[in-house]
Design a protein around this ligand. Structure first.
Ligand SMILES: C[S@@+](CC[C@H](N)C(=O)[O-])C[C@H]1O[C@@H](n2cnc3c(N)ncnc32)[C@H](O)[C@@H]1O
Length: 232
């Protein structure tokens, strides 16, 4: 076998293909901005039956727990949001194109605000950006870089007064694409934010093509931060 054919055999192995795709992947924020600005969308999970099932679940949690405000970290293009029923809403996303799409789409809705989020140029020590419930729908398994994941998870819990909802893969299984990384987020919460406890959880039923698990976390009674005036 010639050196050239040996190299092309090695380059075609699944491991080599995965490494090449990972090296070509330019980072989570750049991936999403490129995707949206080229006309792409938030993905299959934000449309059709999947989006309806996600919305029914979160709308129910919002209703039964009397949630008055929602902050959504990774709001996407607004498709999922179009099924939501929240009294007051703030959506943030790292992609300016996605935020612009939401601003256009919900221009006439006085209950919805949007902000572009740059994790490298952000600090909210004074606790301005907080809501009853902080929401993360199918964002966590897209956070490939460890420091981005860590920063995102702390920001999410720091944004919540009473509840956090995370919908993501909750396993360490290998991800099928370079823009995905599956992590056990319930384990992260137990280790890093033990003041938050699991209040409820739901898995999509057969026929709803979603791999994510949806968990509602509640701030435990031992950590009663319940209004902005008591923000840390
Ligand atoms: C699969 S989409 C889900 C959008 C929306 N939550 C939904 O369910 O339709 C993932 C979104 O996360 C956003 N995102 C990626 N990294 C982020 C980060 N560090 N902080 C906030 N949003 C981020 C992406 O721009 C993208 O809009």
């Amino acid at each position: 076998m010639s050196v050239r054919s040996a190299l092309s055999t090695v380059a075609a192995t699944p491991v080599a293909v995965r490494v090449r795709r990972r090296l070509l992947f330019g980072g989570t924020a750049r991936y999403w901005e490129n995707r949206y600005s080229r006309g792409g969308n938030s993905g299959a999970g934000s449309y059709g039956a999947q989006a309806r099932w996600k919305a029914d679940l979160v709308n129910r949690w919002v209703r039964i727990h009397g949630v008055e405000s929602v902050i959504d970290l990774g709001c996407g293009d607004g498709s999922q949001l179009s099924f939501a029923d929240y009294p007051s809403y703030l959506g943030l996303d790292v992609s300016p194109a996605a935020v612009r799409a939401c601003v256009d789409r919900f221009r006439d809705d006085p209950g919805k605000s949007f902000l572009c989020y740059d994790p490298a140029a952000f600090d909210d020590s004074a606790g301005w950006l907080r809501a009853d419930l902080a929401l993360s729908l199918e964002v966590v398994f897209h956070l490939v870089e460890d420091e981005i994941f860590e920063g995102y998870m702390h920001r999410l819990f720091d944004s919540a007064r009473r509840f956090v909802v995370i919908g993501s893969y909750d396993t360490e299984t290998p991800a099928p694409a370079p823009h995905e990384r599956h992590r056990c987020f319930t384990g992260w919460v137990a280790r890093n934010r033990p003041e938050w406890v699991v209040e409820d959880r739901a898995d999509p039923p057969a026929g709803v093509d979603l791999g994510s698990t949806f968990v509602l976390f509640r701030r435990s009674a031992q950590d009663p931060v319940s209004s902005p005036s008591t923000s840390r």
